[in-house]
Design a binder for this molecule. Sequence first.
Ligand SMILES: C[S@@+](CC[C@H](N)C(=O)[O-])C[C@H]1O[C@@H](n2cnc3c(N)ncnc32)[C@H](O)[C@@H]1O
Length: 363
Amino acid sequence: MGERLEPEQVFMAIRAEVRRLLGRRDIGGPLEDAERAQLAPALRALAEAYSVERAGADALAFSDPRRRAAYLAYYGVRSFLVTRLLAERYRLDGSSVLELGAGPGTAGLGLVARGGGWTAVDVEPLLLELATALGRRLDVAPRVIAAQASARSWGGQTPTAVLLAYTINEWPGDLAERAELLGHAVEHLTPGGLLIAIEPAVRAVSRRLSALRDRLIAGGSGVVGPCTHQRPCPMLERRRDFCHGRHRVVAPPDFVLLGQQAGRFDLEDADFSTLVCGRDATPRLPGWRAVGDVRREKGRDRLFLCGAAGLVEVYALTGRKRVGREALRDLRRGDVLAPDLDLANAPVRIEQPEPLRPVGWLP
Ligand SMILES: C[S@@+](CC[C@H](N)C(=O)[O-])C[C@H]1O[C@@H](n2cnc3c(N)ncnc32)[C@H](O)[C@@H]1O
């Protein structure tokens, strides 16, 4: 399967590219005060662009090298860390990666194995230049294709992994077109290969990813995670629900400081929506998955679990001497509980005295 890149080497390559874009000499160490001061306003501007209507925003934003540098040093670092987390959790095979909407390619760097093949497709040539420059520094230069993600743009490949990080929500076309394209990608994976989609944890975007999941399953793909079942997503039943993960990642202090300087953005507080699927694939961990955080209320802890029977609310009374007081205490978003937990007639009061022990965790 091949070894993945060392994070510290990736961070060094990112810093070198950031300095090149800022027109500064590569001095090797962490980004310095003066460099972060140059990047912070550009990062603020990018974050503002991301919080409003996206259409057409990118081409405009990325023509400015300082914005490309700011993207790389913040969002690029986050993409790397989140992809790497998934690569490790799902033991993804990075020996032949097809990345759609690759941008500067740092997500791909979290997945591709040393000596592996990597094709990066994106509509933005200026970002693909960065992917190439980073890849060269790390001896994994991608083959780049400057085009819209479409079956034609990458035709003929049979990758071990197809990666789509924070890009699907920017694509033109409706759900049916996206499902057709992703379904096509799944069909062309090598046996055992997986498609990994990561999207921002924004209600409308996450719900579209859940709807895409349902379409892919209907079209014959199998979901490996984070779902523990292949039934229609129960999160789509109520308009207010959406499925997303949240995890504290560890980033080098200079990138963390940049986020704080730009506007108290917490780089290490990563939230995301994910989907991992493949041909003839089945859920990695069948069972009940915590799809929220434990809510501590007066006298009770509450949690929503998702499983083949739907979304189930469970609670444990936490008052003095209550049986079940410890049951939900240690659970976190993404924990998976064994499928044999009896959860008929929701909401279900958990009466077991010891903490419930997860059988795994899927971000
Ligand atoms: C938010 S960036 C994410 C980039 C990168 N994957 C990451 O995680 O940092 C979205 C990327 O999607 C690309 N993009 C948008 N629409 C696209 C399309 N139809 N086909 C291919 N790439 C697209 C943009 O150019 C941009 O690089």
